[in-house]
Design a protein around this ligand. Structure first.
Ligand SMILES: *Cc1c(COP(=O)(O)O)cnc(C)c1O
Length: 397
């Protein structure tokens, strides 16, 4: 029998790019492990350990009792429940924006933004390392697409000049992340705001990995840089440090009004389930409390602890992890097969740390992506540091 899919799979395997799903246990305390094999988890984006928090669980259960499980329709039909509006008011307050709109995922929020704001006559300019949700959204809105080298303000400025000259009257949207998901470094947010203003462009800032981690109460990098009101479109997800699931866009009232009318992933998709909206709301309230801020400070102690543990490679070698601008430490080892091997060796030592490969990162820059959370103990981090030092030494040697 001829299997039409097998050849594609064989090719992926030959390039060390095949992925498979691993069944994991997830405990209410937030710990996760492959079935039958306890491991210390350095793979999660649940940076503050909120996904299992009693306040979020209780809020979700209460919302199920009040509203049932599904929202029943899209937001514009009859899916707008009081819990969605309360969540959006709180999101706006948290982000320091006039208004916010929730989506079923961060991926959907990216699509929503660009489907509402850009069309074939417009220009979208992306950082080279922008998340796939932004790339896919930019492609599907059919705007003219340009990419600038990662965080390169000079190249961005020449693209803005080019757009100004070649596409007069077009809307130009610069899209980037405040903390980069696979590199853990930060965007120069203040400089980006200055540039977009100079050229009359709009700025979309994806704060997926900054929220909960950076800025007072985890409000994000734009807030920390005191430019939250100057970023035209603040994007984020409720699936990372917020510990639930869903996405959002925040900005001016007029932005949100336009999104309600034109964002295709909002108009043509069922509203976020009420239990998830309720849990997200509880999570935001927690982030804004002393307990939330305490968790964030613990997270930063852990981030600094791991940074201090990591071997200092001589010169600008990538054979050792780097980071500390966020909870993400990338360890770029290069070849896909090598990244798989390093991940397997860490797994042998009891650490879950994912190998990240193409197409998530460029080919030949496969890496381990280590993510620290507030729930790690100093001993766990020390042990990871020692395991890395041993493996990094072996790689260099
Ligand atoms: C995870 C992620 C998204 C997508 O969010 P989901 O809620 O998981 O769909 C978007 N942008 C970045 C940078 C992300 O890391």
């Amino acid at each position: 029998m001829n299997d039409p899919f097998l050849d594609d799979l064989t090719e992926l395997r030959a390039r060390s790019l095949h992925r498979r799903l691993r069944e994991m246990t997830l405990s209410p305390d937030g710990s996760v492990a492959p079935v039958g094999r306890p491991m210390i988890n350095f793979a999660s984006n649940d940076y503050l350990g909120l996904s299992g928090h009693p306040a979020l669980r209780d809020a979700a259960k209460a919302a199920i009792d009040e509203y049932g499980v599904g929202a029943g329709a899209s937001r514009l039909v009859c899916g707008t429940l009081p819990i969605h509006l309360r969540l959006e008011e709180t999101l706006a307050r948290f982000k320091g924006a006039e208004a916010a709109l929730s989506f079923s995922s961060g991926y959907a929020a990216a699509h929503g933004a660009l489907s509402a704001l850009a069309g074939p006559d417009d220009v979208v300019i992306l950082d080279k390392l922008a998340h796939a949700s932004l790339i896919d959204a930019a492609r599907s809105c059919r705007a003219t697409l340009r990419v600038f080298p990662h965080n390169h303000l000079g190249k961005l400025e020449s693209l803005l000049q080019w757009a100004h000259a070649e596409h007069p009257g077009a809307r130009t949207i610069v899209c980037t992340e405040s903390v980069f998901s696979m590199d853990g470094d930060r965007a120069p947010v203040r400089d980006l705001v200055a540039l977009k203003k100079k050229y009359g462009a709009l700025l979309l800032l994806d704060e997926a990995h900054a929220v909960g981690v950076i800025g007072r109460n985890g409000r994000g990098l734009a807030h920390e840089c005191e430019v939250a009101r100057e970023v035209d479109i603040l994007m984020g997800t409720m699936s990372k440090a917020i510990g639930v699931s869903g996405g959002y866009l925040a900005g001016r009232h007029s932005l949100v009004d336009l999104l309600i009318n034109r964002a295709r992933s909002f108009v043509f998709s069922t509203a976020q389930p009420p239990a998830l909206a309720a849990a997200s709301l509880a999570s935001l309230e927690l982030l804004m409390s002393d307990e939330g801020e305490q968790r964030r400070l613990t997270l930063w102690q852990n981030i600094r602890h791991l940074a201090a543990q990591l071997p200092k490679a001589p010169g600008p070698s990538q054979k050792t992890p780097r980071g500390a601008g966020s909870a993400i430490f990338p360890w770029i080892v290069g070849p896909e097969a090598l990244a798989m091997e390093v991940a397997a060796r860490l797994a042998d030592r009891g650490f879950l740390a994912p190998a990240i490969r193409y197409p998530t990162v460029p080919q030949g820059s496969a890496r381990l992506r280590l993510a620290v959370t507030s729930r790690h103990t100093p001993d766990q981090i020390t042990a990871l540091g020692q395991a890395i030092a041993g493996l990094a030494g072996a790689l260099r040697g």
